[in-house]
Design a protein around this ligand. Structure first.
Ligand code: BMA
Length: 310
């Protein structure tokens, strides 16, 4: 067994081809590419990528892959901050961290709209992954990491998000009759004092429905004297009341270790934005590394539902 290969500190196994996408793979000039969300299409896996331009604000581009590992990026960005119309005032400082959910046959993107009062969650939809129709801004400022559940719960649409309170951030669930008006918010996962996720937590991937509950891959932040460390962990939520946490893993499943996770615009970041169940034995998690590249790590469904939750 190669040292650190299977029994190293991470449950996830990094793809040998990491980083999968860097700024050198873009057919246009940019500062960085990171935090891409996977979309499963009949033609393969696409990634909606967050690109930070050299101007400093972020926008989205599309990468396409037949095998879910090797990607080619479209020649031009597919969604840029609105500069006119009703959304422009909410996106003055860019659009960030998209998360895709297919819900009732429609491909929705929840993203962070960064405006003069801070980050807000916004909703868009697409039919062809290239053109995006904005639907609504769906939170007050001070909120990020919005992700729709892939089906209604108790007759209403449901989402996870991450409002900031007292400088710290917890994962919350809220509900909506129409995807636009949201309420009945309840806390799901708060930071855990003394743990790897003791400062902030946020939803990372669209919740995966399993017989045991909603499997949520999330990110947790520990604040250190040298700055934050972003790691990835797992929790299992009740299928009919996601505010009830069935189990929460004690340890992260992925933590910054490789140079491409340690060194970059923001060091020590493994920031997942989605997962694809390629097979039960090959669950692929797509994550941004050091706010500088897109990487892929894998494990089995069984590992996620057992070892990850120990
Ligand atoms: C979070 C988000 C992510 C980013 C991470 C690390 O707050 O803004 O987009 O990857 O910080 O910088």
């Amino acid at each position: 067994m190669p040292k650190g290969h299977a029994y190293g500190r991470d449950l996830l196994h990094r793809w040998e081809g990491n980083p999968a996408i860097t700024v050198d793979d873009l057919p246009f000039r940019a500062n960085t590419v990171f935090n891409g969300t996977p979309i499963e299409t009949p033609d393969g896996v696409y990634l909606l990528l967050r690109i930070e331009g050299q101007h400093g604000y972020s926008l989205f581009a599309l990468a396409r892959s037949r095998d879910g590992l090797h990607f080619e990026v479209d020649p031009k960005p597919v969604m840029v901050p609105a500069r006119k119309g009703p959304f422009a005032v909410h996106e003055t400082a860019g659009i960030e961290d998209p998360r895709v959910t297919v819900l009732e046959g429609t491909c929705y993107v929840v993203y962070t709209a960064v405006g003069p009062c801070g980050p807000r969650i916004a909703l868009a939809k697409t039919e062809d992954y290239v053109h995006y129709e904005r639907v609504a801004v769906i939170s007050e400022p001070g909120n990020k990491d919005g992700i729709l559940f892939p089906r209604k719960i108790g007759g209403r649409y449901a989402r996870l998000d991450r409002p900031i309170g007292l400088g710290r951030g917890s994962i919350w669930v809220s509900y909506s009759p129409d995807l636009i008006h949201w309420g009945d918010a309840e806390v799901v996962l708060p930071p855990r004092g003394g743990y790897w996720d003791d400062y902030r937590v946020g939803a990372s991937a669209t919740p995966i429905e399993t017989e045991q509950g909603w499997l949520e891959i999330y990110h947790g932040v520990k604040m250190t004297d040298s700055g934050p460390i972003y790691r990835t962990g797992v929790a299992l939520l009740d299928l009919e009341d996601p505010s009830k946490v069935i189990r929460r893993g004690d340890s992260p499943i992925l933590a910054p270790r490789e140079d491409y996770e340690r060194i970059g615009d923001v060091p020590n970041v493994c920031f997942a934005c989605g997962a694809v169940i390629h097979t039960e034995d090959d669950v692929r998690i797509y994550y941004g590394a050091a706010d500088t590249s897109i990487c892929i790590a894998t494990c089995t469904m069984e590992q996620l539902l057992t070892e990850a939750l120990e």
